[in-house]
Design a protein around this ligand. Structure first.
Ligand code: NAP
Length: 346
């Protein structure tokens, strides 16, 4: 049905309003119609999607903000992901199941869920999103939607880097770059949960945060060179690339692993040093999110929320994320939490 609405909207220029009793339901969303700066983020009406077989319609309560959102907005992913305009950004969410597509059996209407949805499709800066059943999990009971929405993408990235790719074992020594960031602060906690010895970098203002998260040896990158402190490392989590990645090879012990989230590490260099190197692309997984929810509910893992902004202030959220120096996570509040949606003040 959404294609029909797009066609009607395109033809008439009018967007059918659900509240006005029109046939086609709409919703509020942040969409882009072309690549560019934060000014291309439009708070506007969009067709409400319909779940197909194996899919679930989720009423979004909150959407997490990640650097991939502004990277997509600027067009950095255009050669890799088949996005079409208008595009809804935001691939992190917590919400409530509103409607089930054919064949969905693991969820029921009213379930409180969270997800990293497929980033090649429309995202969660919207009142509603359609998500595949396999990408959903029940959200942690102990977290409100605003906090739960901060978890999926960053936690799955940390999980898949440390456990799937690097096969982290208790007692291993780990260096996490940007331990105060969205991925880093969850990676530190997951590594400690697994029993690792953790070095992590951040600037002076975030040293206390690193200690609070459980980092064994916090490193202030503005004052110290990490390679002079972190030695004989089993696993490096590279969240920065460039010079940081280049300097990270020297801290690895033979047999160690460098996992980068941002830049393919050199295979030749890895071979020469007798280490392993990998570029990780996080993938959706409802199964792993269920595991992560259990750890959160056990009190061993908690997201830190830096800023909560309404849907209508997505531009501000992008400016903050793009600064590269926010700690923890930024989340966007979509619902007021009382069954009504957050709306732009005129
Ligand atoms: N491949 C994938 O699937 C995947 C998945 C998730 C994320 N990523 C990418 O991974 C990167 C990190 O993501 P994120 O969400 O963690 O980003 P983020 O939250 O924006 O990271 C911000 C943090 O980086 C720290 N930082 C900045 N420069 C630093 C430096 N030179 N040394 C150490 N720390 C530094 C900042 O601390 P200070 O303010 O103290 O400097 C800040 O706390 C992004 O580029 C993102 O796109 C990739």
């Amino acid at each position: 049905m959404s294609r029909t609405i797009e066609a009607i909207t395109k033809h008439t220029g009018a967007i059918p309003e659900k509240d006005s009793g029109a046939k086609y339901p709409t919703m509020k969303a942040i969409r882009i119609h072309n690549y560019g700066g934060p000014e291309v983020l439009n708070y506007e009406d969009a067709p409400r999607p319909e779940p197909q077989a194996g899919e679930v319609l989720v009423r979004v309560h909150a959407a997490g903000v990640n650097p991939i959102d502004w990277k997509v907005r600027e067009g950095h992913m255009k050669d890799f992901w088949p996005h079409k305009f208008p595009l809804i950004l935001g691939w992190d969410l917590s919400g409530v199941v509103e409607e089930l597509g054919r064949g969905v059996s693991r969820f029921k209407i009213g379930d409180e869920v969270y997800s990293l949805p497929d980033p090649t499709r429309n995202g969660a800066y919207a009142d509603y999103i359609v998500v595949r059943e396999s990408e959903l999990a029940l959200k942690p009971n102990s977290l409100h939607h605003i906090r739960a929405a901060a978890v999926p993408l960053a936690a799955l990235t940390a999980w898949q880097s440390l456990f799937d790719t690097a096969q982290l074992q208790p007692g291993q020594r780990l260096l996490i770059h940007a331990g105060s960031g969205g991925v880093g602060h969850l990676a530190v906690q997951l590594a400690k949960w697994k029993g690792a010895y953790v070095f992590a970098t951040a600037s002076t203002k975030n040293q206390d945060l690193l200690r609070k998260l459980g980092v064994d040896e916090p490193i202030d990158y503005t004052q110290q060179r990490f390679e002079e402190i972190a030695r004989k490392i089993d696993i490096v989590l590279d969240t920065l690339g460039d010079e940081t990645q280049e300097r990270s090879w020297s801290v690895l012990k033979k047999g160690g692993v460098l996992v980068s989230l941002v830049q393919p590490p050199s295979e030749e260099k890895a071979k020469e040093l007798g280490v392993r190197a990998a570029l990780l692309g996080a993938r959706p997984s409802g199964e792993q999110l269920s595991e992560i929810a259990k750890i959160i509910d056990s009190g061993k893992l908690a997201p830190i929320i830096n800023r909560i902004l309404p849907l209508s202030e997505a531009r501000r959220a992008h400016e903050l994320s793009q600064s590269g120096h926010t700690h923890g996570k930024i989340t966007i509040r979509v619902s007021n939490g009382d069954g009504t949606f957050e709306r732009k003040q005129s």
